[in-house]
Design a binder for this molecule. Structure first.
Ligand code: FAD
Length: 389
C-alpha cells in the first residue's frame, strides 16, 4: 500500500510500510473474530499488540534516555495511519497504552521504580489509561466528583470514571481528582498515578456501536490509597495536565480517521473499477467517478491539515487553535468520506461482508471523543475575539 503523504522521507516510508505489513498480516485476517469476541463487545488482541511492541511500534515517542525511540510526531503519524488502514480502533488503543509512559516519568516515585515500570512497558508491553471523564462530567471536565483526601503520607481516592479507553487492559492509570474543593479547578484538581493493583475495579465494559478493538470501561475507586509521590506533575495542577494531554492527542485523533478514510476510498475505488451496470464499469459513469474524486480530495485535505499540525508540533510551534482545528475539520471530512464511500458499493456496502459498514461505525466516534467537535469550536472561536489573538 502506498504512503500518501508526499513529504515522507524514505526512512519514514520504510517504518510506516513495516507497521502496515504487520497490521495486514496479523490483524486483518482476524478482524471479524475480534470484532465479535466477548459476545459482541470486541477484544483488543494482546498477542498482536506484542508483535507491534517487539517491532518497536510502541511507546514511540518515549525519550531515548528512557530506552525509547523518541520518534517525532510526523513519523508516528505515518506509522499509526498505516495501522489505521487496517483497524483504527486497534491503532488508537496501541497509541493510548504506550503514550502513558509520561504518567510514570512525571510522577515522583523513586527512579528505580520508574525504571522498573518503563522496562515493563518496553519488554512486556504493559501500558496505561487516562481517567478524566465521569458519568456527570465529559465536556465539562471541571464537574468531576472524584476526590483525593490526604491521610498521613497517603492520598485516599474515591470516585467513578467512565468511558475510559483501555481501562480493562491497562496496568496503571492517570486519575484526576479534586484535592482542594475550595479552589478553582486549575488549582484544585490533581492527577495521580494509580496502579491497578492498588484496588482499581473495572466495573463495566461498554457495549459500543463500533471501535470494538478498543475496550472502553468504567472504573470504580473505593478508598484506593496511593503514596504522596504518586502525584503526577504538581499538586493542584492536574487540570492543565489533562488539557495539555488532550491538546497533544488532538491531531493524532485525525491520523486514525485519515487512515480509516483512506481505506474506505481504496475499497470504493476498487469496487467502482470492477462493478458493472448498464454495460460498463460504474467508474465509467461520471457521477460515480466524480464521487470518488471528491472522496480522495477530502482525505487528502484531511491529511494535509493533520500533518501540518503534527509538523508544527515537531517544530515546537505552539499549536494554539490549530490543535482543535486539526481535530475537528479532518475528522468531519473523514466521516463524510466513510458515509459516501459506502454509497458507491450500493447494497453491498450495507452488508457486513464488506468492511465499509464497520469503518462507518468506527468513524462515527472521532467527532465525539478527545473533546467533542463542538468543544473544539468553542476553543477555536475564543481566538476569533480581538483580544485573544
Ligand atoms: C469510546 C470512547 C472512549 C473514550 N475514552 C476516554 C478516555 O480514555 N478517558 C477519558 O477521560 N474520557 C474518554 N472518553 C470520554 C469523552 O472524552 C467524552 O465522551 C466527551 O468529552 C464528551 O463528553 P460527554 O460524553 O459527557 O458528552 P457531554 O459533555 O454531555 O455533551 C453532550 C453533547 O452536548 C454538547 N455540548 C456540551 N457542552 C457544550 C457547550 N458548552 N457548547 C456546545 N455544545 C456542548 C457536546 O458537544 C455533545 O454533543 C471516551 C468516550 C468515548 C465515547
Amino acid at each position: 500500500m502506498a504512503i500518501e503523504y508526499l513529504l515522507a522521507t524514505e526512512e519514514q516510508k520504510e517504518l510506516a510500510n513495516l507497521a502496515g505489513e504487520i497490521a495486514r498480516n496479523e490483524l486483518e485476517p482476524r478482524l471479524e473474530e475480534l470484532e465479535n469476541a466477548n459476545g459482541g463487545l470486541g477484544e483488543y488482541p494482546w498477542d498482536i499488540h506484542m508483535k507491534f511492541v517487539e517491532a518497536g511500534f510502541y511507546t514511540m515517542n518515549m525519550p531515548e534516555a528512557w530506552g525509547g525511540l523518541e520518534l517525532d510526531n510526523v513519523t508516528r503519524g505515518l506509522i499509526l495511519e498505516e495501522i489505521s488502514k487496517v483497524d483504527c480502533a486497534f491503532a488508537f488503543s496501541l497509541r493510548g497504552l504506550g503514550d502513558k509512559f509520561n504518567l510514570i516519568i512525571d510522577s515522583h516515585i523513586p527512579e528505580e521504580d520508574k525504571k522498573k515500570w518503563i522496562d515493563r512497558m518496553l519488554n512486556e508491553g504493559i501500558g496505561g489509561a487516562f481517567g478524566l471523564t465521569e458519568p456527570g462530567a465529559g465536556s465539562d471536565s471541571k464537574a468531576i466528583r472524584t476526590t483525593a483526601v490526604k491521610d498521613g503520607d497517603e492520598w485516599v481516592i474515591n470516585g467513578t470514571k467512565c468511558f475510559i479507553t483501555n481501562g480493562s487492559i491497562a496496568d496503571f492509570y492517570g486519575i484526576f481528582a479534586w484535592t482542594d474543593k475550595t479552589k478553582k479547578a486549575s488549582e484544585g484538581i490533581t492527577c495521580f498515578l494509580v496502579e491497578k493493583e492498588r484496588g482499581v475495579k473495572v466495573s463495566k465494559q461498554e457495549n459500543k456501536m463500533g471501535f470494538h478493538l478498543s475496550p472502553t470501561t468504567e472504573l470504580v475507586l473505593e478508598d484506593v490509597r496511593v503514596p504522596e509521590d504518586h502525584i503526577v506533575g504538581e499538586l493542584g495542577k492536574g487540570f492543565s495536565t489533562a488539557m495539555g494531554a488532550l491538546d497533544t492527542a488532538r491531531p493524532f485523533n485525525s491520523v486514525f480517521a485519515v487512515g480509516a478514510a483512506q481505506r474506505a476510498v481504496d475499497i470504493a475505488r476498487k469496487y467502482a473499477n470492477e462493478r458493472e451496470t448498464f454495460g460498463k464499469k460504474i467508474i465509467e459513469h461520471q457521477a460515480v467517478a466524480f464521487q470518488l474524486a471528491d472522496l480522495q480530495m477530502k482525505v487528502d485535505a484531511a491529511r494535509a491539515m493533520t500533518y501540518y499540525a503534527l509538523q508544527a508540533g515537531d517544530a515546537g510551534v505552539p499549536l494554539k487553535r490549530l490543535a482543535s482545528e486539526a481535530k475537528a475539520f479532518p475528522t468531519e471530512l473523514c466521516q463524510q468520506v466513510a458515509v459516501d464511500a459506502l454509497q458507491i458499493l450500493g447494497g453491498y456496502g450495507y452488508m457486513k461482508e464488506y468492511p465499509l459498514e464497520k469503518i462507518m461505525r468506527d468513524m462515527r466516534l472521532f467527532t465525539i471523543f478527545g473533546g467533542t467537535n463542538e468543544i473544539q469550536r468553542i476553543v477555536i472561536s475564543r481566538f476569533m475575539k480581538d483580544k485573544v489573538r
